[in-house]
Ligand binder design. Structure first.
Ligand SMILES: O=C(O)CCC(=O)C(=O)O
Ligand SMILES: [Fe+2]
Length: 256
């Protein structure tokens, strides 16, 4: 697939940064995400490079028990099965999805998990394309059941605003203009939970090729980061053939 004809990972744009009628009303419709228990991180988080400067994983980012809690919780959310026909140029995504603009959850994932410390560590800080200020508040939940997949595509970089929220009804600090640079995928299930298939597969040379592919197998609780935007690698979520693949998706954001 030529890059100029590349298909983009699509979806409705995230809700406006200032939701109506009031931010308080919008906040009340956000999910009551389970607490991060036990306190995170549970292991020494060590970034492991799978593709130099392009794909990094953190294994056991969520412990298995927390992944189970999250899957039980997420299955009660109103997931929407992908509409059949994608817009021209958009990747075919066949899965069930839930999307919410939730700055507070994005901030919790960033600050209450150990992620911030790992990402800002001087050994890896140069990777992210700028000064990382947090995670995209556009939180996406994917469930893939047997026969579902996300066809090959590239992820775009988007301009966003990071709205640090205090959560307790306190004052918000100044919004920070930012840009997404790396995709974040947190896998909540794997073959250990009966999910077969569903690998995230990267193609380094802009063509689907079994010889060249780098297939990342699901691991329960593993967090994967991959570079996106102009030098995003072509990639896909391979078909799930049994069980359920559950993923939390957001993005790393740098100051703009
Ligand atoms: O589910 C996956 O493995 C890939 C998801 C993906 O490519 C995306 O969210 O853009
Ligand atoms: Fe993608």
């Amino acid at each position: 697939m030529a890059k100029d004809k590349r298909s983009k990972a699509s979806g409705p744009p995230p809700p406006a940064a200032n939701p109506t009628p009031t931010a308080a009303a919008a906040a009340s419709t956000r999910p009551s995400w389970p607490p991060f228990k036990p306190a995170l991180p549970v292991v020494d988080l060590t970034p492991e490079s799978l593709v130099q400067d392009k794909v990094v994983v953190l294994r056991s980012f969520f412990p298995r028990s927390l992944c189970r809690d999250y899957v039980s919780f997420l299955r009660e959310l109103p997931l929407i099965t992908t509409p059949g026909k994608p817009k021209r140029g958009d990747a075919v995504r066949v899965n069930d999805r839930y999307q919410i603009d939730d700055p507070l959850f994005a901030q919790r994932l960033w600050t209450e998990t150990g992620l911030k410390e790992v990402v800002l560590n001087k050994n890896v800080a140069r990777l992210w394309g700028g000064e990382v200020v947090g995670l995209n508040s556009n939180i996406r939940i994917y469930r893939y059941t047997a026969g579902q997949f996300f066809d090959a595509h590239y992820d775009d970089s988007n301009n966003v605003t990071i709205n640090p929220e205090t959560g307790g009804g306190g004052s918000s600090t100044t919004p920070v203009p930012a840009r997404t640079t790396w995709t974040l995928l947190l896998y909540l299930t794997s073959s250990a939970d009966g999910c077969i298939g569903g690998e995230t597969v990267f193609y380094p040379h802009d063509r689907r090729s079994a010889k060249e592919e780098i297939a990342v197998s699901l691991e329960t609780g593993m967090l994967l980061l991959h570079k996106h935007g102009h030098d995003c690698m072509l990639h896909e979520g391979r078909e799930v053939t049994a069980g359920e693949k559950w993923v939390i998706r957001t993005d790393l954001c740098v100051k703009r």
